[in-house]
Design a protein around this ligand. Structure first.
Ligand SMILES: O=C(O)CCC(=O)C(=O)O
Ligand SMILES: [Fe+2]
Length: 728
């Protein structure tokens, strides 16, 4: 039952043909053969009667509109042809000298043994079909978790839905009595197949009816028109997670007004801290702790008390909250034996397509086509195959994250989607604000400072309201905007996390919401973000997910995310280039990281996912602050002190000497009450009186320790990249 396949790429590299020679006597009509394009570049060919399935990685993403399949009865040959979805990218790959084989091999590079087959070399007949690993009895992924366990999540990532990713180029079954569907062109091994009628490079007309080819519908034809159809996404809204120059994360009436001015639709409700109705930590803390993670934050109470009990002072802590780096004191489990020191990037293209709106929209068209009898409904077996594939990839991501503390997914967002997302954001680019450094204990209690040499990005926070906006007003000018593709991107990542990873990783089992979307641009010219850990305070963030939107990014442009895994056996640091469509995931409280200087404009979307229990504890610990803390002068006063505390001891105006400390105590005493409350919240003392007292009795050693803690919380300009950095 072998199927030999020859892959031909048109010179210039913008269209591809796969010619399959089927075993004699196995097929007499096209209906005897199943042909699917999985994702947009994996061709699956299988005889309906069963037997091995052949998988051919096409050298580029193909356009479903141009895909066509012909069957030549006489010689049992089946020709699939399609044009590149992005001809320019395909041509560029060609111009770089990438052969189909190289391109195909590249897409599989670094991919650990999994369910996806390698592409055969181009223009080379393959003698025999390699059986699919699953069918060959090779180890398969562990069974997927019961999808019911995650049914409370905002979106579904089920096998059923994933099936919609399958763009079938299958011919419809023949009508009873109808002549067999055959290609118009006589078959000959040296004669190229008849041009596909939808192929841009095809010469001469040919009617689809004449060869029975079905044109797969595309999402673009059914996408909701922008902007009128845009509605706010349904994902749960969370207080902004990290630093914020938020246009929309309204935490005050001022913000709401700003929002209303900025985005031309109704302003969001103004949240108050008391609105948070998380369950108590006792109810929700899940005791699972992979790889030595401690449950936060109770375990840190003693450490905190020891670290910051002002000698003879009045400050006492009752809430067990810490701002020292909690997870670093707990030894992480070593990397399981046999795994390479650097986590291999995972090819997630099929996952993305299984998730996307493009597919959902496509699914609607597909369903319509099925109803009209234009398209064969995917078989239960095909549906099951897709589910298995998606499950296997998700399990691989979960296992990698569990073992290494980080994972890298390639092609999670398609190039076309990245370009669309960038287009949507372009209109907002002049309105991004400098990234701030959050030095608070929780997103609603703390302060933010801007220090461009440690954080050189400009950012825009997009909450669900903003994502649903259809216009924004700036300087009296109203401009249309639309974030449909960005909404989809966020929905894809949400599905990955809530539906794909949460049920598979105990450490993530308690995830309940995420931050607003943090859109960041590093404007080149060496902009960077110094080494830091996102959650050192037990603020609830467990998982950081960064999606990169940088078509054509090159290594010499820098801008890698450098991660510092802590598990024994892992490489001490790994550079993750911000490649287009790539997603980097890491544990927010464990993995130190920095953005290396970027020498081209670098776009990233960061999302932080919160653990319910840890978040609730953090909210409880961050007392509801009096209104005075929201005054700009209070923010500024606290910011100034914090900035000096964060500065290098050699350059800071605060000296760790008895005189320096006396000056600091005077400064803190003179701050307005709101600023003192903010500082107290950031530093973890119970109130402003305790704060003043703490600074009054502070010793040089305590100041030094505080500074170190603050640096770990925020960033440290003094870190230098070790030479041992690995690259992916
Ligand atoms: O853009 C990146 O690669 C990481 C950004 C980051 O670390 C952050 O925003 O906290
Ligand atoms: Fe970060």
């Amino acid at each position: 039952m072998d199927i030999a396949i020859e892959l031909r790429v048109e010179p210039g590299g913008t269209s591809v043909e796969a010619i399959a020679v089927l075993p004699p006597g196995t097929a007499s009509t096209a209906a005897d053969v199943d042909v699917e394009v999985f994702g947009d570049d994996l061709l699956l060919i299988q005889l309906a009667a069963g037997g091995a399935r052949r998988e051919v990685r096409l050298p580029f993403a193909v356009d479903a509109d141009t895909a066509c399949v012909k069957f030549r009865k006489k010689e049992g040959r089946l020709t699939f042809s399609a044009a590149a979805r992005d001809p320019e990218a395909a041509a560029r790959a060609g111009a770089r000298g990438e052969s189909a084989a190289e391109a195909a091999a590249a897409t599989g590079a670094g991919e650990p043994a999994g369910p996806l087959a390698e592409a055969p070399p181009p223009s080379e007949s393959l003698p025999a079909a390699a059986p699919h690993p699953d069918q060959a009895g090779e180890p398969t992924a562990p069974p997927a978790a019961d999808s019911n366990s995650s049914s409370s999540g905002p979106r579904q990532l089920t096998g059923e839905r994933s099936t919609s990713s399958t763009q079938r180029t299958q011919q419809p079954p023949p009508e009873p009595g109808a002549p067999p569907e055959v290609a118009a062109t006589p078959a000959s091994s040296s004669t190229p197949p008849a041009p596909c009628p939808h192929h841009p490079t095809a010469a001469g007309p040919a009617s689809p009816a004449s060869n029975g080819a079905l044109v797969a519908p595309t999402a673009s034809s059914v996408q909701a028109p922008c902007p009128s159809a845009v509605t706010a996404a349904a994902a749960p809204r969370s207080p902004s997670g990290n630093s914020s120059a938020s246009a929309t994360s309204a935490a005050s009436a001022d913000d709401a007004t700003l929002y209303a001015e900025f985005f031309c639709n109704s302003p969001p409700a103004v949240p108050t801290t008391s609105n948070h109705s998380q369950p108590s930590p006792a109810e929700t803390t899940n005791g699972h702790a992979p790889n030595g993670h401690s449950a936060l934050p109770a375990a840190n109470a003693a450490k905190l008390n020891a670290a910051f009990a002002p000698t003879g002072g009045t400050a006492s802590r009752t809430d067990g909250y810490s701002f020292a780096a909690p997870d670093h004191v707990v030894p992480a489990a070593p990397l399981p034996e046999g795994l390479p020191p650097v986590a291999p990037p995972i090819d997630a293209r099929y996952l993305a397509v299984a998730n996307g709106l493009r597919v959902s929209a496509h699914q609607q068209t597909a369903t319509m086509a099925e109803l009209l009898g234009l398209r064969k409904k995917p078989s239960a077996a095909a549906t099951q195959r897709v589910k298995e594939r998606v499950d296997a990839i998700l399990q691989q991501v979960a296992d990698t994250l569990d073992a290494y503390g980080y994972a890298v997914l390639d092609n999670f967002i398609s190039e076309a989607a990245v370009l669309d997302a960038r287009k949507e954001l372009a209109v907002m680019e002049p309105h991004y604000s400098p990234g701030l450094i959050w030095v608070g204990k929780e997103s609603e209690a703390g302060a933010q400072i801007s220090v461009s040499n440690v954080r050189g990005d400009v950012v825009l926070w997009l909450d669900d309201q903003a994502l649903g906006a259809t216009a924004f007003v700036k300087d009296g000018v109203k401009r249309p905007c639309c974030f449909l593709q960005n909404q989809q991107l966020l929905a894809d990542v949400d599905e990955l996390v809530f539906e794909g990873l949460r049920p598979r990783l105990p450490y993530l089992a308690g995830l309940h919401r995420r931050s607003d979307a943090h859109m960041a641009i590093y404007p080149g010219k060496g902009a960077r973000f110094a080494r830091h850990i996102d959650n050192t305070t037990g603020d609830g963030r467990r998982l950081t997910v960064v999606t990169y939107l940088n078509p054509g990014w090159r290594e010499d442009q820098g801008g890698a995310l450098r991660v510092f895994p802590v598990r024994p056996g892992t490489a001490p640091s790994v550079d993750v280039l911000p490649l287009s469509g790539r997603v980097a995931l890491f544990l927010s409280a464990e993995v130190g990281h920095e953005v290396m200087p970027a020498f081209a404009v670098r776009h990233a979307v960061t999302l932080w996912y919160y653990d319910a229990g840890e978040h609730a504890a953090a909210l409880a610990a961050a007392r509801v602050l009096p209104g005075a803390t929201s005054r700009p002068s209070a923010q500024a006063g606290a910011t100034e002190v914090l900035r000096d505390l964060l500065a290098d001891e050699s350059t800071s105006s605060i000296q760790a000497t008895p005189e320096g400390l006396a000056q600091l105590a005077t400064r803190v005493t003179a701050l307005e009450p709101g600023a003192q409350e903010l500082l107290a919240a950031v530093l973890g003392v119970p109130g402003r009186n305790a704060l003043v007292e703490a600074f009054r009795v502070m010793t040089p050693a305590q100041l030094h320790r505080r500074r170190e803690e603050l640096r770990v919380m925020g960033l440290d300009t003094r870190y230098h990249a070790p030479d041992t950095t690995a690259h992916v």
